[in-house]
Ligand binder design. Structure first.
Ligand code: FE
Length: 355
């Protein structure tokens, strides 16, 4: 140490500007380090690769930042980020459902982001109040029905599905799925816990069969006449309409979309969204990627790729999505509520025996 100090003192004598030189060396070194990590961003994505690829390509071309995508199921990716802790390579989590993003925030996986651009581009009800996650596309969970068996005048609200007139006519997926948990969470916010529990109990007593399979299974049951109405996410019908499979296109002709609660709170919506990971090593690029996905140019592609809705009403939707009726009245409940009420929703489903 002493020798080093002596050497340094000697240097200082010979070169009075040594402090300045050292500072320049340090600054250029840190610039070099940042630029090594500045040219990439790692995305852990629960979204299908084909939805993301055109946007990844465009972002890479525009910015020169290399995007690496690791795909997986929502729950698996969140578990992985947790396990990897500080060593994670993940910079961004892309996933579906505000309930999942809320959970990631609660588990301490996310970094608080303050971006004027994101706050301006994304309506406040579609993002976390503390800046931990951001909605990037909207999906609506609506009533789908068999037009041969149900008159449109018989449909009105989610609440009405509790009416005895629907006895043995409803099929819907299991309560273990986050989409139904989030729907019930929104009903808890809008009607209160007691009313939400009564609703779940009554709807369950109208089931024509036990909940089994995903949204598309229930839609198939509507087409096959095993039930008359279901609740499903609109983009699944979009997939059928644009499908290369003859049977799916034929099914699509036998089922219709109804947006409930148009006179009241609006149809239940949810998001696909994104967040920056707490231990991200490429934070600036991660924010840049999120800002890009929220931009007008990306929104057109991002929403249309999966027959979803853009986060701002001034952006065009696909012809298929438009054919169901657009714009419709959306429930603008702050989506953080879906996460906050998730546990209550799961307990209600349990109590009423909605499997
Ligand atoms: Fe889905």
């Amino acid at each position: 140490m002493v020798i080093e100090d002596k050497t340094y003192n000697q240097l200082e004598k010979n070169h009075p500007y040594i402090h300045l030189i050292m500072q320049i060396v340090i600054i250029s070194f840190s610039i070099a380090v940042t630029s090594v990590s500045a040219d990439e961003v790692n995305i852990y994505s629960a979204r299908k690769g084909y939805l993301l690829q055109p946007l990844v390509d465009a972002f890479q071309n525009d910015t020169g930042v290399k995007v690496n995508v690791i795909s997986g199921k929502a729950k698996v990716l969140q578990k992985r980020i947790k396990q990897e802790g500080q060593n994670t390579r993940a910079d961004v989590l892309l996933t579906v459902d505000a309930g999942n993003l809320f959970k990631a925030k609660e588990d301490g996986l996310l970094k608080r982001i303050s971006s004027k651009k994101l706050n301006k581009l994304i309506p406040s009800y579609l993002r976390d109040e503390d800046g931990y996650w951001f909605g990037l596309s909207i999906r609506s969970r609506v009533i789908m029905y068999n037009p041969d068996k149900v008159k449109i005048s018989d449909l009105s609200t989610y609440e009405d599905l509790a009416n005895k007139k629907w006895k043995n006519r409803i099929c819907i997926r299991s309560s273990s799925n986050i989409y139904n948990q989030s729907l019930l969470a929104s009903i808890i916010s809008n009607l209160g816990e007691d009313n939400a529990e009564q609703w779940a109990r009554d709807v369950k007593s109208n089931f024509s069969k036990d909940p089994k399979g995903n949204d598309r299974t229930q839609m198939t049951s509507v087409v096959m006449g095993e039930c008359d109405v279901t609740i499903a996410n609109t983009y699944y019908l979009g997939k059928w309409i644009s499908s290369e499979k003859d049977n799916e296109r034929k099914y699509a002709e036998k089922i219709s979309v109804f947006f409930p609660n148009q006179e009241g709170s609006g149809a239940h919506i949810n998001i696909s969204g994104a967040a920056v990971i707490k231990y991200s090593k490429n934070e600036a690029n991660a924010i840049r990627f999120l800002e890009y996905l929220a931009s007008d140019a990306a929104q057109v592609l991002y929403a249309q790729a999966n027959h979803e809705y853009p986060i701002r009403d001034n952006i065009a939707v696909s012809k298929i999505v438009e054919s169901w009726g657009y714009p419709f009245k959306k429930d603008t409940l702050n989506l953080g509520e879906l996460g906050k009420n998730n546990r209550k929703a799961v307990m209600i489903f349990d109590r009423v025996g909605w499997k």
